[in-house]
Design a protein around this ligand. Structure first.
Ligand SMILES: Nc1ncnc2c1ncn2[C@@H]1O[C@H](COP(=O)(O)OP(=O)(O)O)[C@@H](O)[C@H]1O
Ligand SMILES: [Mg+2]
Length: 394
């Protein structure tokens, strides 16, 4: 047998959770964050900060906040300040403030009981622990839209009011809220909005050249030298650029292209490997997204899949989907949600890129919302969702 050869030197450097030390083209934003939080290095007890980071998928929001968290913690600790940076993905906790706070409290109190406390009480307990330990926290709430959608303005008040009531005590918890766009914030009432909206850092999608710089850094970390030709990097950057400057897409593509090269026992990752990777990548992005959907989002989407499976049309109307969804709800023995709620779900699904929506030209019956599935075969979507829904039922 020939020994196993690989173009990779260290695949983990292409892992979705890996945060590189250098973030090309985000130096300005990193410096800005350090400035916003510079008080933590001098007089941490005097104030807290609230920042929002916005930007499309793959613009580096998560990576930037994690890099920042690591740096501010290191600097503060050097100066003898007990600072903790805590990063929470709200979607992983289904947008529940209680679960999010329980997770944060558990970091200080492992095995903290799940029952018997409200979200406010958990926050009180957290502040008490921080007082006891003279500790400060930068709490990053990633995918913040999920918290807003579930808990609305109340969550914002709970997170901020309790601290504001502690008049003569040190300030403890600063917030970084990460979200795709400010649209979600519009749903909050005016005062919750103004509580949050003071400092906003918006991350634009990367240009092709910027993606080249990011990808070349990763190539040298993850691949053996001379295994990734210039053309391959360029094609990868091009494709990531056409996905709205999405660096995540580019890195994922690079990893898969390397996998194809290994599978075919090639010495170099040729552009054809990138093309193969591109055609397979949507399926993977989709699967992880689908698993995190709520029950009614899944049912709604299954309605979409069924309609497309049964027809040759490229578009279906929201009304048609609502009817298909209602039938599915009956089958699952659950009450269908209201039009308003479904409308919110549709917006979320469209933000995830699973469906596309557009408003039809005004026809005889006025405008209507049209839904399409741009890149997912309906039968595959149906299969995926059916498996997930079966798990949910059992
Ligand atoms: N400026 C950058 N330099 C290096 N890697 C980056 C940069 N921006 C994003 N990435 C990488 O791209 C991927 C997606 O970034 P991420 O922070 O998850 O985006 P977002 O949270 O905005 O969706 C991650 O693997 C991240 O490490
Ligand atoms: Mg992210």
């Amino acid at each position: 047998m020939t020994p196993y050869r690989s173009v990779f030197k260290d695949e983990t450097k292409l892992d979705i959770n890996y945060v590189p030390h250098r973030l090309p083209h985000r130096d300005r934003e990193l410096r800005l964050l350090m400035e916003f939080f510079s008080f933590l290095l001098r007089t941490p007890e005097k104030m807290t900060q609230r920042i929002m980071i916005t930007g499309d998928v793959g613009t580096g929001k998560t990576a930037l906040s994690q890099r920042f968290g690591a740096e501010i913690t290191r600097e503060a600790n050097k100066r003898g300040t007990n600072l903790r940076s805590i990063h929470v993905n709200c979607r992983e906790y289904r947008g529940s403030l209680f679960l999010i706070l329980h997770h944060v409290v558990s970091i200080f109190h492992p095995n903290f009981p799940r029952r018997g406390y409200s979200a406010e009480e958990l926050l009180g307990i957290l502040l008490q622990v921080l007082d006891d330990q003279k500790a400060y926290v930068v709490l990053t709430l990633d995918e913040f839209e999920s918290l807003v959608e579930r808990e609305g303005s109340e969550a914002v008040y709970k997170l901020t009011r309790l601290q504001e009531m502690r008049l003569n005590k040190p300030q403890r918890i600063s917030l970084i809220c990460i979200l795709r766009s400010l649209k979600v914030i519009e749903k909050l009432d005016a005062s919750a909005r103004s509580t949050l909206q003071s400092n906003i850092i918006h991350l634009e999608g990367y240009s092709k050249q910027q993606l080249m710089d990011i990808l070349n850094d990763r190539v040298s970390l993850a691949f053996k030298s001379l295994t990734v030709p210039e053309d391959t990097a360029s094609l990868t950057a091009e494709l990531a650029f056409s996905e709205n400057g999405n660096a995540r897409f580019g890195i994922e593509l690079l990893w898969r292209a390397g996998k194809y090269a290994d599978a075919e026992d090639l010495d170099t990752v040729v552009p054809e490997c990138v093309r193969k990777a591109a055609s397979s990548i949507y399926a993977v992005m989709r699967k992880s997204d689908l698993a995190l959907l709520r029950l009614h989002e899944k049912l709604f989407l299954l309605g979409v899949a069924r309609l497309f499976k049964e027809s040759e049309k490229a578009y279906v109307s929201l009304t048609e989907v609502e009817q298909a969804y209602a039938v599915l709800c009956e089958g699952f023995d659950v009450q269908p949600y209201s039009h308003t709620q479904l409308w919110k779900y549709l917006r979320a699904l469209s933000a995830l890129g699973i469906v596309k929506t557009e408003v039809s030209a005004a026809g005889s019956r006025g405008r209507s919302t049209l839904i399409s599935l741009p890149r997912i075969p309906a039968y595959e979507l149906e299969k995926e969702l059916s498996v997930l829904l079966q798990k949910e039922e059992s």
